[in-house]
Write a protein that binds this ligand. Structure first.
Ligand code: PGA
Length: 254
C-alpha cells in the first residue's frame, strides 16, 4: 500500500524573507537530524519565498515546497495574481486549494476551487484540497452534509489520474487558529466518511491510497492521539509550524 503519511506546514502571511529563510533552514536541519522515517514534509510558504525556501530544501528528497493559493487561469491580465505554472517553475510541488480563509475571506466558491484544482493539476502540482464545516454548521448537525457537498463539487469531479495527485485536508473551521481542536474521534469520523466517499466514486484502491490530513490547532501535544486514528494520515499545521521545534515534534509523532 502507498505510504499515505504527509505533514504540511502552512506559514500563511507571516515572516520576513530573512525569518522565512531562517525557519526553513532550522526546519530542514532538524528534519535531517531527527526524522528517520522518510516522512514527506511540505512547507507552504508565501509566494515571494517559494524560490528561496525551495533552494534551502533541495538536498532533502522528502521535503517539498507548496504555494498557498493560485489563480484559476493559465495566464493573462490578472494584475497581482500568481499562476500554477509560475508556482511550478519556482520548484514547488504542491499548492493549497480552498483553505477556509480563502473560502470565507475571499468568497472562493466550490466551482472556482475545482477550476483552481484542475489548473494546478495541469501544471503538474499536487493540490492540497481543503474542506471543513463552520461551527454553526457543526452545531446544527450539518457536518456530514457540508463535507459531502464540498467533496461532490470538488475532488469527486476529477478523474482517476487526477485524483491520484490530490491530498485532502479536513480542517474544521472552528478549530483553525482557535486552540480548540477536534477530538481524535470527531476527526476520525469525518476522515472515514471522506475515505468512504472516495471509495464509492473511485474504488477501494484509490480510497486506500489517498492522503487525508487533519488541520486545526494541531500541536506537538495533541498530534500523537490524532495520528493514532486509522484514517488520519497527517496534518496541515498553521501556528505550530512557525516554530521548527514544534513542527518537527509533530513530524516525530507521525
Ligand atoms: P492552525 O492552522 O494550525 O493555526 O489552526 C491550520 C490551518 O489553517 O491550516
Amino acid at each position: 500500500m502507498k505510504n499515505r503519511k504527509l505533514l504540511a506546514a502552512n506559514w500563511k502571511m507571516h515572516l520576513s524573507l530573512t525569518a522565512a529563510q531562517a525557519l526553513a533552514s532550522e526546519t530542514t536541519q532538524l528534519y535531517a537530524r531527527e526524522v528517520t522515517s522518510g516522512l514527506r514534509v511540505v512547507l507552504a510558504v508565501p509566494h515571494p519565498y517559494l524560490l528561496a525556501v525551495r533552494h534551502l530544501c533541495k538536498d532533502h528528497p522528502n521535503l517539498a515546497v507548496a504555494a498557498q493559493n493560485l489563480h484559476q487561469e493559465a495566464q493573462g491580465a490578472y494584475t497581482g495574481e500568481v499562476s500554477a505554472e509560475m508556482i511550478a517553475s519556482c520548484g514547488a510541488e504542491y499548492v493549497i486549494v480552498g483553505h477556509s480563509e480563502r473560502r470565507l475571506l475571499y468568497g472562493e466558491t466550490d466551482e472556482l476551487l475545482l477550476a483552481k484544482t484542475q489548473r494546478a493539476l495541469a501544471a503538474g502540482l499536487h493540490p492540497i484540497y481543503c474542506i471543513g464545516e463552520t461551527l454553526t454548521q457543526r452545531e446544527a448537525g450539518q457536518t456530514e452534509q457540508v463535507i459531502e457537498h464540498q467533496l461532490h463539487t470538488g475532488v469527486l469531479k476529477l478523474n482517476h489520474a487526477q485524483l491520484e495527485k490530490v491530498v485532502i485536508a479536513y480542517e474544521p473551521v472552528w478549530a483553525i487558529g482557535t486552540g480548540r481542536n477536534a477530538t481524535p474521534e470527531q476527526a476520525q469520523d469525518v476522515h472515514a466518511d471522506i475515505r468512504a466517499a472516495i471509495a464509492t466514486q473511485f474504488g477501494a484502491t484509490e480510497a486506500q491510497a489517498i492522503s487525508i490530513l487533519y488541520g486545526g490547532s494541531v500541536k506537538a501535544d495533541n498530534a500523537r492521539a490524532l495520528f493514532a486514528m486509522p484514517d488520519i494520515d497527517g496534518a496541515l499545521v498553521g501556528g505550530a509550524s512557525l516554530s521548527s521545534r514544534s513542527f518537527i515534534d509533530i513530524a516525530l509523532a507521525l
